[in-house]
Design a protein around this ligand. Structure first.
Ligand code: ADP
Length: 352
């Protein structure tokens, strides 16, 4: 059945499905339905391996859907991919450039391929602190962050009506991530559309108006950004002198564990909603607080605490996240290793 394409939408996917492997055993994307309106700043959020890059490469026509369909700027991603790539500013993930060229040669080469004038190169270079001197150097001498900046300039400099960016802040330091966010906000204020993937709730929360959350190749939530607040959770570890009673009754506290720790007292660990922290810390103080660690729960953990028990959304737990959850007593090394696994569990391969 031929479905009509809504031309007011910047991106539309209809039951978009992509399987990899000889017999399609890797179900990277399963029946994804998304609609991104023109003028939106839309975040595509999910842990590594969720299917974000697969979606994005399909939108640019570098991969063909196993089933379902998608359109970008009203154009079909299979039939019209050349036109889509000409009109869309695209930053691939793990952005790699021709090493032998200088930054400037690379940018000029890409701009010529696009057939469009560079309108914003200096503006973006300035925002990302890229100097002319840096652009003269061969790309092989660049740090990862510098390469990523060149990628951002390449994607944005022709001021395209739609930007599709795969993990744009990867490799940038926090200050540069902020500058990039400002650039994106600026483009959207001028009527452009931005669709970008991220595994960082914080950046999506800061700039997007809507967000799609994917995991295991499936859409688990489509949210306005205000509703992301409930994912903002903290992990607390504390050492107290005396055992506290009725701790479990505290609102906004979950996964509480209390362990006797010899003469030092009791070690308490739990997850807390941000709003519950001040009252909880007061209770810990009343029990003789000796040591306290409060850290942001990872995206993985935040998802888990929200969707973990939900029957509404059948969320598959990523194996590395399951490992994180079941590792009972986390030694520092184990925990770091688990965190690393969450951050980069898959080595991406490029399929065309
Ligand atoms: P994300 O961008 O969210 O990290 P990806 O789209 O890269 O996720 O990957 C989704 C799933 O598809 C992962 O399980 C990944 O290992 C698998 N995958 C990605 N690219 C390929 C490929 N070329 N061949 C086989 N499997 C792949």
């Amino acid at each position: 059945m031929k479905m009509s394409t809504d031309t007011t939408l910047a991106i539309q996917t209809r039951a978009l499905t992509k399987h990899y492997g000889k017999s399609g055993e890797i179900k990277a994307l399963q029946s994804l339905n998304l609609e991104i309106k023109q003028g939106e700043l839309f975040g595509f959020l999910g842990p590594n391996g969720a299917g974000k890059s697969t979606t994005i490469r399909t939108l640019l026509g570098f991969l063909h859907p196993t089933s379902g369909s998608a359109s970008v700027l009203g154009l079909d991603v299979v039939k019209d991919s050349v036109e889509i790539r000409r009109r869309v500013g695209y930053l691939p993930s793990g952005f790699a450039v021709y090493d032998y060229m200088s930054g400037r040669e690379y940018l000029d080469h890409m701009r010529e391929l696009s057939g469009r004038p560079s309108l914003l190169r200096h503006r973006i270079m300035e925002a990302l602190e890229l100097s002319d001197a840096i652009l003269k150097r061969p790309v092989r001498d660049y740090s990862r962050g510098m390469r990523q900046k060149i990628g951002v300039v390449q994607a944005m400099e022709t001021d395209p009506e739609l930007l599709i960016l795969d993990e744009p802040s990867e490799g940038l330091d926090p200050l540069m991530q902020r500058s990039l966010q400002e650039l994106l906000l600026e483009r959207v204020a001028l009527g452009r559309t931005v669709f970008f993937s991220s595994h960082l709730i914080s950046e999506v929360e800061r700039i997007c108006n809507r967000v799609a959350i994917v995991r295991g190749g499936q859409l688990v939530a489509l949210e306005s950004v205000e509703s992301l607040v409930r994912f903002r959770r903290r992990r607390i570890e504390a050492l107290v002198a005396r055992k506290l009673l009725r701790l479990t009754a505290s609102a906004g506290i979950s996964g509480l564990k209390v362990q006797a720790e010899g003469k030092s007292g009791f070690r308490i660990s739990c997850d807390a909603e941000a709003s519950a922290i001040p009252a909880f810390i007061k209770r810990l103080q009343s029990a003789g607080l000796r040591d306290l660690l409060v850290e942001a729960a990872s995206l993985e953990e935040a998802f888990m605490s929200y969707y973990g028990n939900s029957t509404r959304n059948s969320v598959q737990m990523a194996p590395e996240a399951a490992a994180l959850r079941t590792s009972k007593k986390r030694s520092p090394t184990k925990r770091t290793a688990a965190k690393r696994a969450v951050k980069r569990p898959v080595k991406k391969r490029v399929a065309r």
